[in-house]
Structures are given as structure tokens and as C-alpha cells.
Design a protein around this ligand. Structure first.
Ligand code: BGC
Length: 464
């Protein structure tokens, strides 16, 4: 294979987690409940009734986890702060113990030479705010900005890269349209309102950051390129709708100050006319974009698919992950170049990329062989390199996830970590993919060009 060069010396190599998925102890030290605490404790909402009560116990074991990050050579760690640990009622009274907790984490990361990338919102809305309508209440833009301001005041400078919201599309689609995620609503009329308030809250918080902060702020979107299943007019139109819904719904307002025209067609009369002044708020300049990439969609027209009328067609011969997502690294190249082309060349951090494959519940002799994940990382990090070679300004790559964790409503049944977690003992074991990732980091990408069979054979030999 052709050697395509190394990544820049300042490239960030990290892994990501989210508070409710890894922390456990959701009510410790005066924290308020979040909507995920409520949702997971509602019978029937998560697989096997799994909750984040213990999760990976990262709330208590973060020192051990930082030691693992060091061992792997990571120079960045993306994590989220739990809003209701800081504001137990969502607004008003600050819980100092919550601020202290994340301060210790941030300082320890810095002492270990690991740059913290902090996400303000990774889906765990304070339950007290949900009682006031949550993302459906226009006031949430101010509540979120106040929460952000408290964090900026305390940590900015030590934290140099902030993101407001993780994947607004998933929050609105999973939480308000299809109901698979907290708060579990399924309502055509609510989803556009939630989306719009997520964007307003993002804008208001970027404004607050300009007053309080001196470094960089952006947001994180999950992008999934849509390719038509056929050249049929109906399939092409369905592809455009699916693309607008998932990829342009948030980025167009942020960069262009307007929604894609397909939104009306998708939501019909459930799509409101928004006040023009909202777009001045939404269209704040951001310093970088965080992109989460997992898969692509091959789209065909499906009249019964509600409400986008588009469905994904399975591809013969393709590899699918345990979550049923096609492994398609070329889509990653296409996505990074599409963003660069459509919204202008700007700093990008890959804030999540990874895969759930079947890994055993227990490590065997201290080892977890995960060749499929090694293959996935190899192909996708090469895709990032390819996109950089073709002009995208990608400055960092965070694997999803550092640890096996609570995969939301799928519970602990899907393992995304490069580090295995035994959920009986909470023992951490770096998987072979973590060792491989460490090698990529150590060689700044050069290891990507080693033939994979030699890599895998190498791990095999360490056994004998
Ligand atoms: C989310 C993560 C999630 C991952 C895998 C992303 O949508 O940000 O929290 O675990 O995908 O589903």
C-alpha cells in the first residue's frame, strides 16, 4: 500500500465518553436527577432494564482511566459534563461539589499531558427542566447559556476546546420524534420545536462564551452521507430529504442562517414559521466543527417511513457492525470533504468514530482480541488522512469510545470501547484495538500502512 504520510505534529489523538454512559453515581455529591436517570428507571425503556447507576464507575475511577489514557499515549480526552451535577434543579443554585469534581478531572488530565475537550450537553438534561418542558420550552436557550457561563468562568483557559451540544439531530429525533431516547416522546409537532430550541440554545451559549471565554467553541454533529439506492426519481428525492433531515438541518442554519427547504416537505404543517431574529442568534461564528461519523445511508423511497419517507437499503457483501451499521470508510472521506466544500474550509475535529463489534464479556488471560475493530480503525483513520490530503482541515481524531459503556437504550449489550470493561468487576482491559490505536498514535499515523495481517499476527504471537 502506498505510504501517504504522517499526521501533523499538533494532531490531537484521543478517545471520547459521555457522562451518563460512563460515570455512574448519578446522584452523588448533591447532583439532581437527569432525564436519563428517569428514563432508564422507567420499566421497558432500556434493554434488560439497564441503567447508568454504576456504568463504568468513571465518577470514582477516573484516575485509573487517565492512567490508561497515558499508557495508550492519548493527548486528548473528550468527555461531557453532567448539567444536573452543576445545577441540580437545572438553573439557579450552583452545586459547588459538582464543579469541584470536574475541576479535579481537568487538572489531572492536564498534569498527564492530555488536553480536555469538554461537551456541555450529551443528552442528560436536568429532570427539573424537563418538568418545565425541556427542549420544548423557548427559555431553555437562557438556561443553557447560564449553565455554560458557570463552566466557562471556572474552567476556561484550562479547557481550550468546548462544544455546546452533542448531536442535536439525535436529541430531537430520538427524544422527540421516535421516542427511543429520553425523554421518550414521539410527536411530529414537537420534534421541530426541540430542534430549533437546541440551535437557539447553542447560539445563546456561543454568545455567552464570547463574553466569558478566550479560547475555542464549536458544536458536534453526527453526519451520515446519503447515497441514492437507484437513479429513480423517487429514490433521488428521498435521498435529498434524508440528507436535509440528518445532515443539513443543523449546519445550514448555523452557517447560512436558514433551514433546508426540504424541512417543510418532511414535516408538513408541523414545521412552523420561525421568527427571523432567531437565525441571527443561531448563526454565531463557531471556531471549529466537531463531526461524529459512523456509517452511511443508501437511501430508497419508503412511503411508510415516518415522516421522512426514506429508508436505508442493506448492501450485499458489506460488513455490518453489531448496531447494524454498514462499515463504509469512503463515506467518511466524502463527509469531511462535503463539509469543507459546502460550509467552507474550517477546523474540524473528529469527535467520535468507532464501532460495536461482538467482544466477550470477560477478557481472557488479560487480552481481548478484536480484529474487526482494528480493521475499522485502520480504514477510518486512513479515510481521515485521505480527506486531509484532499484539503479538509482535520485537526484531531477521538475514538468512540474510551470504554465499553451504557449504549443508551441498548444498555450494556453493545460494546464500543477500545478498552474492555467487565461489568461484573469493573476491571478495565485495553483491547487489541487499543494497542493498535496506541501504535498509530506513537507513529503519528505511519503504522496505518503496515499490512494488517502482520499486525494481527503480531498480537497472536504475544499469546504464545
Ligand atoms: C453518541 C454516543 C453513542 C454513539 C454510538 C453517538 O451517537 O454521541 O453517545 O454511544 O453514537 O451509538
Amino acid at each position: 500500500m502506498k505510504e501517504q504520510g504522517r499526521f501533523s505534529k499538533t494532531f490531537l489523538w484521543g478517545a471520547a465518553t459521555a457522562a451518563y454512559q460512563v460515570e455512574g453515581a448519578p446522584l452523588a455529591d448533591g447532583a439532581g436527577a437527569s432525564i436519563w436517570q428517569r428514563f432508564a428507571h422507567t420499566p421497558g425503556r432500556t434493554a434488560h432494564g439497564d441503567t447508568g447507576d454504576t456504568a463504568c464507575d468513571h465518577y470514582n475511577r477516573w484516575r485509573e482511566d487517565i492512567a490508561i489514557m497515558r499508557e495508550l499515549g492519548l493527548n486528548a480526552y473528550r468527555f461531557s459534563i453532567s448539567w444536573s451535577r452543576i445545577f441540580p434543579e437545572g438553573k439557579g443554585r450552583i452545586n459547588e461539589k459538582g464543579l469541584d469534581h470536574y475541576e479535579r478531572l481537568i487538572d489531572a488530565l492536564l498534569a498527564a499531558g492530555i488536553e480536555p475537550l469538554v461537551t456541555l450537553y450529551h443528552w442528560d438534561l436536568p429532570a427539573a427542566l424537563d418538568d418545565l418542558g425541556g427542549w420544548l420550552n423557548r427559555d431553555i436557550a437562557g438556561w443553557f447559556a447560564d449553565y455554560g457561563a458557570a463552566l466557562f468562568k471556572r474552567y476556561d483557559g484550562r479547557v481550550k476546546k468546548w462544544t455546546t451540544i452533542n448531536e442535536p439531530w439525535v436529541v430531537a429525533d430520538g427524544g422527540y420524534l421516535h421516542g427511543a431516547l429520553a425523554p421518550g416522546h414521539s410527536n411530529l409537532y414537537e420534534a421541530p420545536i426541540a430542534s430549533h430550541n437546541l440551535l437557539r440554545a447553542h447560539g445563546e451559549t456561543v454568545k455567552a462564551y464570547r463574553a466569558e471565554g478566550r479560547n475555542e467553541i464549536g458544536l458536534v454533529v453526527n453526519l451520515e452521507p446519503k447515497y441514492p439506492h437507484s437513479k429513480d426519481h423517487a429514490d433521488l428525492a428521498a435521498t435529498a430529504r434524508a440528507d436535509a433531515y440528518m445532515n443539513r438541518q443543523y449546519l445550514d442554519p448555523i452557517f447560512f442562517g436558514e433551514y433546508p427547504e426540504e424541512m417543510h416537505e418532511i414535516f408538513g404543517n408541523a414545521w412552523p414559521d420561525w421568527p427571523a431574529s432567531d437565525f441571527d442568534l443561531i448563526r454565531q461564528k463557531i471556531d471549529f466543527l466537531g463531526i461524529n461519523y459512523y456509517t452511511r445511508g443508501v437511501t430508497r423511497h419508503e412511503p411508510n417511513a415516518w415522516p421522512v419517507q426514506a429508508a436505508s437499503a442493506r448492501q450485499p457483501g458489506a460488513t455490518y457492525t453489531e448496531t447494524g451499521w454498514e462499515m463504509y470508510p469512503q463515506g467518511f472521506v466524502d463527509t469531511l470533504l462535503w463539509v469543507t466544500d459546502r460550509y467552507g474550509r474550517q477546523p474540524i475535529f473528529v469527535t467520535e468514530n468507532g464501532a460495536a463489534f461482538f467482544d466477550p464479556p470477560k477478557a481472557i488471560d488479560g487480552r481481548v482480541p478484536d480484529p474487526l475493530r482494528i480493521h475499522y480503525l485502520n480504514e477510518h483513520i486512513k479515510a481521515v488522512r485521505e480527506a486531509i490530503n484532499q484539503g479538509a482541515d482535520v485537526r484531531g481524531y477521538m475514538a468512540w469510545s474510551l470504554l465499553d459503556n451504557l449504549e443508551w437504550s441498548l444498555g450494556y449489550s453493545k460494546r464500543f470501547g477500545v478498552v474492555h470493561v467487565d461489568f461484573d468487576t469493573l476491571t478495565r482491559t485495553p483491547k487489541d484495538s487499543a494497542r493498535y490505536f496506541a501504535k498509530i498514535i506513537e507513529t503519528n499515523g505511519a503504522a496505518l500502512d503496515e499490512p494488517l495481517f502482520e499486525v494481527l499476527e503480531g498480537y497472536g504471537e504475544t499469546l504464545s
